[in-house]
Ligand binder design. Structure first.
Ligand code: SPD
Length: 357
């Protein structure tokens, strides 16, 4: 009898251990199901208190994973083996994911809070009628700078980055479209240019920027710039806003040649397991009070007009981060350049990074 009890105990311990190990593995690899919701978002892109509140309100457990580029996110979802319920790609990535049949259509009747989104951010060309995506944040790419660390004037042009006085004093966002894009813009080419001569010219020009580039970094760019480790950074607008909250000396400019206007939207990948949970989460994030808190916490610009009205005037009225429609019309949105050309942009960016070593 004692032997039997010991055997049962051993089987129970092994089975329990296996279940626990599987659940750990699943949560680390993006598997969801049951009463869990797996969210795959950019790093530093949500107020953690909102996640906790969503869990409490809905009874759904959130498994949260992050990525640092559209390319990394798409590769992971394309490879399969994950069951992310929500992700947050940018516009050209949404267009590519649609093309590759990776997304589920959005049922608008399940999102009553979608009505709070400003019309200006709905029905954009990368996703007509918002068939597959729901606005989350938007912004620009520009230059954040510290006047105290500059020898010359404040930058106004992409070409100011090549000034010899900025030697080893520039940090760049680790993004292929952003870096190749400003290389092209500095030559007055479109940041969607696919002409090989223009791309090679931009690459050579970027290589010549190398002595001024201190580092190409991810989310730590905010801490480095706020701590005055470099005079200048090429960043997404929301990061600039957060940096400037930390260090009020800094300022942000969208260069005169033009730049990128981007949109990050929530999507439901086709392999989602908890579709009802995904709608509940999107609706929760679209609630004006939640969207306003999220915008204030992460520093990015909300497309939610009711949320905007709840934000303090020093945020909602700051035209550096809420530029007018007249200004944004002059900026360019990244096009889905197709699989081959997007891979080519990535290669050029990698070669630029290698050139620095
Ligand atoms: N740390 C959050 C960064 C999110 C930035 N998304 C911008 C995408 C531009 N294509």
């Amino acid at each position: 009898m004692r032997q039997l009890v010991q055997m049962f105990a051993a089987v129970f311990i092994v089975a329990f251990g296996l279940m626990y190990a599987t659940s750990l593995l699943n949560s680390s690899q993006g598997y969801s199901g049951g009463n869990t919701l797996t969210i795959y978002n950019w790093g530093d892109y949500i107020d953690p208190d909102l996640l906790a509140e969503f869990e409490e309100e809905s009874g759904v457990k959130v498994i949260y994973q992050t990525f640092d580029s559209n390319e990394a996110m798409m590769t992971k979802i394309e490879q399969g083996g994950t069951t992310f319920d929500i992700s947050v790609p940018s516009e050209y990535a949404i267009s590519k994911m649609k093309e590759e049949n990776l997304l589920l259509p959005i049922d608008h009747s399940k999102l009553p809070n979608l009505k709070h989104i400003d019309e200006r951010f709905m029905n954009l060309s990368f996703d007509p009628d918002n068939e597959y995506s729901v606005p989350y944040f938007w912004g620009t790419v520009g230059i954040v700078y510290n006047p105290d660390l500059l020898e010359g004037e404040a930058p106004t042009s992409w070409n100011d980055l090549w000034d010899p006085s900025l030697r080893n004093n520039i940090l760049l966002v680790d993004g292929a479209r952003e870096v190749i894009g400003f290389g092209l813009n500095s030559l007055r080419y479109s940041l969607n240019d696919t002409n090989e001569d223009h791309l090679q010219e931009a690459k050579r020009k970027l290589d010549a920027l190398t002595p001024n580039v201190k580092a190409i970094v991810g989310d730590e760019i905010k801490m480095l710039l706020a701590n005055e480790e470099a005079a200048v950074g090429v960043v997404w607008s929301g990061d600039a806003s957060e940096i400037m909250t930390e260090n009020e000396k800094l300022d942000y400019v969208v260069p005169e040649e033009g730049s990128n206007l981007w949109f990050d939207n929530m999507v439901i990948p086709k392999t989602a397991r908890n579709i009802e949970g995904a709608y509940a989460f999107m609706n929760f994030m679209l609630e004006p009070e939640h969207a306003a808190r999220n915008a204030e916490y992460v520093g990015y610009s909300t497309p939610n007009k009711e949320a905007l009205a709840l934000l303090p005037e020093d945020i909602s009225g700051d035209t550096r981060f809420y530029p007018s429609p007249e200004l944004t019309e002059k900026l360019e949105v990244y096009d889905n350049l197709g699989k081959k050309m997007l891979a080519h942009y990535n290669e050029l960016f990698l070669e630029f990074k290698m050139h620095r070593k």
